[in-house]
Design a protein around this ligand. Structure first.
Ligand code: NAP
Length: 246
């Protein structure tokens, strides 16, 4: 497991956007960032799930979050511009983005991979993080220390049979991160890195490995040290890296 002990106020006064914040790793990351002082912007496609996370954060007495229902599969350029304008009016800056939302697609050979599903996976896993990062760039530039964290996977570094669009999208995510990191290096306070959560107990993991006992897999709470490290000031000089949370 990634070793890091975050100070309780690590993310005090930070504004951090988390995609896929309604469930799985994104939900736990949003609550963890809020618990460390951040104002989190909860983005996801299912309003009810986002509201539950919102209520949990509010009930715990953490900074009041913001809620952004947005389907990253169908979102258009004007949706991203509207979001940016809203966040600009509300906060004037963004200190972090956790690009976490993804879909698995299907586990099937390339030979029979449904091209429609291929496009959906690319849209959610790759194109949406690109659009979101590009549109929010002016707000990231307003931060003293902005951290953009993309979510990768072990099959985004070495693929395996039947991982299709998911693996391709994660390889491309690593490439997007490296390109952005090199462009911002030394010229502004924006850093970009990837995180590979490793096998984690979520719906996606169950969908990918239906025969596995979920209790044998690491809980999302246990991988949070790496997420906190990448979001906070202790990783201020880390740029263009791909970290393993486990
Ligand atoms: P998950 O349980 O399936 O959660 C995915 C989240 O993304 C959900 O909140 C989901 O919203 C959201 N989402 C999906 N499609 C969306 C869309 N079109 N628009 C907006 N939000 C959307 O997955 P997870 O396991 O937590 O995975 C989180 C990240 O870690 C992903 O990038 C995944 O590739 C990566 N990862 C996970 C593992 C693992 O073992 N779990 C391993 C390696 C990498 P709904 O809840 O509304 O569906």
């Amino acid at each position: 497991m990634f070793e890091y002990q975050a100070p309780a106020d690590l993310l005090k006064d930070k504004v951090i956007l988390v995609t896929g914040a309604g469930s799985g790793i994104g939900r736990t990351a949003a609550i963890t960032f809020a618990a460390h002082g951040a104002t989190v912007v909860l983005l996801g496609r299912t309003l009810e799930k986002l509201e539950n996370v919102y209520d949990e954060i509010e009930a715990a007495g953490y900074p009041q979050p913001a809620l952004v229902p947005l389907n990253l599969e169908s979102a258009q350029e004007h949706d991203y511009i509207e979001l940016t304008n809203t966040l600009d009016q509300e906060f004037g800056r963004i200190d972090g983005i956790l690009h976490n939302a993804s879909i698995l697609g299907v586990r099937t050979p390339i030979e029979s991979y449904d091209p429609v599903i291929w496009q959906q996976v690319m849209q959610v896993n790759l194109n949406a993080p690109f659009m979101l990062t590009q549109t929010l760039m002016p707000l990231l530039q307003q931060s003293d220390d902005a951290s953009v964290v993309f979510t990768s996977s072990s099959v985004g570094r070495q693929s395996k049979a039947y991982w299709g669009a998911y693996a391709a999208s994660k390889f491309a995510t690593e490439g997007l991160m490296q390109t952005l990191a090199d462009e911002t290096s030394g010229i502004c306070n924006i850093r970009a890195n990837c995180i590979n959560p490793g096998a984690t107990r979520t719906q996606m993991r169950s969908d990918a490995y239906p025969a596995e006992n979920p209790q044998s897999v690491t809980a999302p709470e246990d991988i949070m040290p790496a997420y906190l490290y990448l979001m906070g000031k202790d990783s201020a000089t880390v740029n263009g890296q791909s970290l393993d949370a486990q």
